[in-house]
Ligand binder design. Structure first.
Ligand code: ATP
Length: 363
């Protein structure tokens, strides 16, 4: 089993309130990713679970047992660090065996577990080498191997892929996912990379300024962000935002600013009845903007001027000037578009988001 529960967790570093009242139930076998910008408190949270950092208040339990004051070694947790933390003078085999030796495992059991982990990770041929004789990706596998041999209840990962080049990072990401499917061990993973979070996590915890902003499955965060921060953080290129004033004309609700005037679709208009005369923030993802054709005539539309065309092969990104602001649209790779073109752009009505201008919470 490996159920981890965080209850009212706080962390103060003197006057810095680094982690604020985090509550979370991580299920057995679940892969949970903590994601957020630098300084949001994700690493501190992970280190408190590992026992490398004391908790200021709250309880952490594993399978029902509170482990707040238990030494890291006694938590039945294995952690993989960003810098791998391998012992440079030891062989790959000894690096992987070290934790088991410390825990006084018998030699045949150690050998069996190291061989098994080496097979899973495809590093059986490297067991005699020293870390300096390995590539970055191989070192990362050894660090994983050292965690796997422990057969822990929970794996903790602290940005384990961030020292790898972009291509290897993608490859190792897939391997980590397969590894988790194969071993089924609960995993808690920290990253600042939202793509890693979305692809690896069964659930993703988005943090900002020490506060959990939203917990959900990847698509839930993408489609129903709880606030403007999550909406802008998850997804690349990021969601477009426009501050607009809500007005009423002829029974319909209109959202407008200096460069935009659209009739709001009914479903959103209903939610905004209480906001007439006030400012709200409209959000729309780049892929939910299209160059308006005759089929889109009843969709909310606005005028834009193309400033930059980025041809990515699978799509074209258009940086467009809309009034005083810039919006990004992702359009078909075959679209005929040039810098300085004037466009009529349509929004997919069902994909519009609105946020409160003050609290930034989704409306
Ligand atoms: P990064 O991605 O940069 O590692 P993070 O989201 O993991 O960031 P933490 O490392 O958890 O963030 O830091 C959260 C907050 O706590 C930050 O404001 C940081 O400056 C502060 N902090 C972290 N460690 C300490 C420490 N040992 N002493 C004082 N403040 C600290």
């Amino acid at each position: 089993m490996g159920q981890v529960v965080l209850k009212g967790i706080n962390k103060f570093y003197e006057s810095v309130h680094a982690v604020k009242d985090v509550n979370l139930q991580i299920r057995d076998k679940e892969f949970v990713v903590f994601v957020g910008p630098s300084g949001c408190g994700k690493t501190t949270t992970l280190r408190m679970i590992a026992g490398l950092e004391a908790i200021s208040s709250g309880d952490i339990s594993i399978d029902g047992n509170v482990i707040n004051t238990l030494a890291p070694m006694d938590r039945d947790i294995a952690m993989v660090f960003q810098n791998y933390a391998l012992y440079p003078h030891m062989s790959v085999y000894d690096n992987m065996a070290f934790g088991l030796k410390m825990r006084k495992f018998e030699r045949p059991e150690i050998e069996k577990r190291v061989r098994e982990a080496a097979d899973i990770l495809g590093i059986g041929e490297l067991l005699k080498r020293k870390p300096r004789q390995l590539s970055g990706g191989q070192r990362q596998r050894v660090a994983l191997g050292r965690a796997i041999v422990r057969h822990p209840r929970v794996f903790l990962f602290d940005e384990p892929l961030s020292n790898l080049d972009a291509k290897l990072r993608v490859q190792m990401r897939v391997e980590l996912k397969k590894l988790h499917l194969r071993l089924g061990t609960t995993a808690i993973y920290v990253t600042h990379d939202q793509v890693e979070a979305m692809t690896l996590g069964d659930r993703v915890v988005v943090m900002k300024d020490g506060v959990v902003q939203q917990v959900g499955e990847p698509l839930e965060l993408y489609n129903q962000p709880a606030n403007k921060f999550v909406a802008g953080f998850i997804g690349s290129p990021a969601m477009n935002f426009a501050a607009v004033t809500v007005t009423e004309a002829g029974g319909s609700l209109i959202a407008e600013n200096s460069g935009l005037r659209i009739k709001l679709p009914d479903e959103i208009a209903q939610r905004l009845r209480g906001h007439i005369g006030r400012e709200v923030i409209l959000g729309v993802r780049p892929e939910d903007l299209t160059v308006a054709g005759s089929a889109d005539l009843d969709h909310p539309c606005f005028d834009a001027v193309i400033e930059v065309v980025e041809q990515l092969g699978s799509e074209i990104l258009l940086d467009m000037k809309v009034g005083e602001s810039i919006m990004v649209a992702s359009v078909e790779p075959t679209a005929r578009v040039r810098v300085a073109d004037k466009l009529r752009v349509a929004m997919r009505p069902s994909r519009l988001h609105v946020f409160d201008a003050q609290t930034e919470a989704a409306i």
